[in-house]
Design a protein around this ligand. Structure first.
Ligand code: ZN
Length: 363
């Protein structure tokens, strides 16, 4: 049982941890969640859909481990069931971090049951829990099953999704998340011969304002402008195009003609199936509900209702491309089922439009 002062301190630590992971690139936007146990039946957790920069300590809801009810003005993260399950299963879990960190998440798309790698010259083994749709009881059960097999571990990779790391306190849990990311990066390098950096490399972006296309760079070539015009004409819902020419995206655009989701944020934010042209003569594939248009050997145009959303698609695409390259070089991978992808994509669009409406109401 924590004292009142200790609980206040934990609230601050959760936000500080979120901001640190955001700064270090292990968390992007609000994609992740963090919690801390306060007594045998309760924990604090980051709320759903609020930017970490906008969080203050009093906004963190308190969730009951036994019945999932919560106290507080803000709704707990939608992935709280996984946190509850880990607190129930492991008495050494007092602080939990869930992220979609790039390299460990990519390892979780290879279809492996465990990651054996090295960290500071020592052998390390991390279990990889089987896939289940986010927010489901099945997902929590799969994680608990993996942790039960590996009683020593305080980290688990969630197939096609992300990771969960825990410890006695925030420092312990942060260390776990970094250890797992370093070991995963090393594995991708050693076994998959993949050392792609994560991030976006902006080419020629544009936005729509008052019915006019504005190009971010004055020297945007005419042939690129034609592509932007085609996209806006076919996608009246789009207001921003972010052109991503990162190394991972370029590698995929040269080697693959079709991308199916390996990671569930790809299915949600980008779409269920992405075609890639194999020659200059081939027409671009611009589809409703697919937020990426690949050019021929020219990176990918990532679409959004505003700059933030287009950049989000670019970041998610970059990670998806690293995973895809790793799978090609590893020789196998576990793709998500079309059924799961369609379900997630629909849910995301439905929830997203609700959020957008909510944001409008708040103005
Ligand atoms: Zn997640």
């Amino acid at each position: 049982m924590k004292t009142k002062e200790e609980v206040i301190e934990l609230r601050v630590q959760i936000i500080e941890t979120a901001l640190r992971l955001l700064e270090e690139g292990l968390i992007v936007r609000t994609w992740g969640n963090i919690s801390a146990k306060i007594d045998d039946d309760h924990y604090l957790i980051t709320p759903s859909g609020i930017k970490y920069e906008d969080l203050n300590p009093s906004m963190l809801p308190i969730v009951s481990i036994s019945d999932g009810s919560y106290e507080g003005e803000f709704k707990p993260s939608s992935e709280f069931a996984v946190h509850s399950a880990v607190y129930k299963a492991r008495s050494d879990a007092e602080f939990i971090i869930h992220t979609h960190q790039t390299y460990a998440t990519c390892v979780g798309a290879l279809g492996k049951k465990r990651l054996k790698s090295e960290h500071k010259d020592k052998k390390v083994v991390f279990p990889i829990a089987e896939y289940a749709l986010p927010g489901t009881k099945k997902l929590a059960d799969n994680i608990i099953e993996s942790l039960a097999k590996y009683k020593e571990t305080r980290s688990v990779i969630m197939s096609n999704h992300g990771v969960l790391c825990f410890g006695r306190d925030h420092n312990d849990a942060i260390k776990e998340a970094f250890k797992l990311e370093t070991a995963s990066k090393q594995y991708l390098l050693d076994i998959c011969k993949t050392d792609l950096d994560f991030g976006v490399d902006e080419g020629y972006s544009s936005y729509l304002e008052d019915g006019q296309i504005h190009y971010v760079k004055a020297d945007t070539p005419e042939r690129i402008k034609i592509i932007h015009k085609q996209i806006y004409a076919k996608r009246p819902d789009i207001k921003y195009i972010f052109h991503n020419k990162s190394e991972a995206v370029m590698t995929i655009s040269r080697r693959v003609n079709h991308m199916k989701p390996l990671l569930d944020d790809f299915a949600q934010i980008i779409g269920v199936s992405v075609r890639i042209p194999t020659s200059d003569a081939q027409a671009l594939t611009i589809k409703k509900n697919v937020n990426v248009v690949f050019g021929f050997n020219d990176g990918a145009y990532c679409l959004g209702v505003n700059e933030e959303e287009a950049r989000a698609a670019a970041i998610v695409l970059d990670k998806g491309c690293i995973a895809h390259v790793a799978v090609i070089r590893f020789g196998e991978g576990r793709f998500l089922s079309v059924f799961d992808c369609i379900k997630m994509n629909r849910n995301y669009r439905k929830n997203y439009s609700t959020l957008a409406n909510y944001a409008k109401l708040m103005l």
